[in-house]
Design a protein around this ligand. Structure first.
Ligand code: NAP
Length: 238
């Protein structure tokens, strides 16, 4: 049986790509697109006929009864969305950034013993590798700074990826944020030592870069419970 997926933020930049990616996965079924712009249950996107459109998240959860809620919304609404889903024992896959560690821990404890809250600061495989390589390098080259560069509509600063990278590295690296039109999502970690530098860089030049990770998370999220942070938790098992 196909896993039923609801997407919050379905008419946003990421949400539209997510809906398209879920529609292309044989074992997943898009059943609810949720976005304030879908007034009176009407919306336009790449979802098929069996998918409903909702402007209200609670209505979508009650009517469509998804197995998984995917959230790519806004830092100021994601927490409320997750409380609604987790309290109904619906697994969550979260790309929205801006939630602090304490809030995530608290949210991860909502729901029954089989409910899972999966959060990825970055769903792109290259960014996951960048974080791992930066963590390894920081054990040897102790001085480093992080430069994250994003499109100018991004609401939070520094990015969730930069915060997560800094958390994983030794040496408490400083983070610099750049917001400019034309950018998508990019990050450099620059290490400095006597007479040399080492730069590790990742570029998401298109939002499709995140989609294999989102689809993988939708497939795997039901296998675990509680709070899981980072796509690497699912990649190791591939
Ligand atoms: P966006 O284009 O602004 O899309 C967000 C969408 O959510 C908008 O359509 C917005 O509608 C809608 N929305 C607002 N409140 C809602 C609610 N209560 N329920 C459902 N939908 C709601 O933003 P984006 O560029 O797609 O980014 C979304 C989030 O994903 C951001 O936090 C971003 O940092 C993050 N992100 C994560 C990754 C990753 O790999 N983890 C990658 C890229 C982006 P309105 O415009 O009407 O408010």
């Amino acid at each position: 049986m196909k896993k039923k997926i609801a997407v919050a933020g379905a008419n946003g930049k990421m949400g539209q790509e997510v809906v398209h990616a879920i529609e292309g996965a044989d074992d997943l079924e898009m059943i609810a697109c949720i976005d304030p712009s879908f007034k009176d249950g009407v919306g336009e996107c790449s979802a098929g006929d069996t998918c409903g459109f909702y402007s209200d998240l609670v209505e979508a959860l009650e009517v469509a009864k998804p197995d998984v809620l995917v959230d790519f919304t806004r830092p100021d609404v994601v927490e409320v969305n997750l409380r609604e889903a987790l309290s109904r024992n619906i697994d969550c896959v979260v790309g929205t950034t801006g939630l602090c560690a304490e809030t995530l821990e608290e949210l991860g404890a909502i729901g029954d013993e089989s409910t899972c809250l999966f959060v990825a600061p970055n769903f792109a495989i290259g960014a996951v590798l960048l974080m791992k390589y930066a963590q390894d390098a920081s054990k040897v080259m102790k001085k480093a700074e992080i430069i994250e560069l994003h499109h100018d509509k991004k609401l939070d600063k520094p990015s969730g990826t930069a915060l997560r990278t800094a958390q994983m590295m030794e040496g408490d690296p400083e983070i610099h944020s750049v917001r400019l039109p034309g950018l998508v999502a990019h990050q450099e970690v620059v290490f400095g030592d006597v007479g040399q530098t080492l730069t590790i860089r990742h570029d998401s030049i298109d939002r499709t870069s995140f989609m294999p990770g989102v689809v993988l998370a939708c497939r795997r999220v039901g296998e675990s419970s509680g709070l899981i942070v980072g796509l690497e938790n699912f990649l190791d098992e591939e």
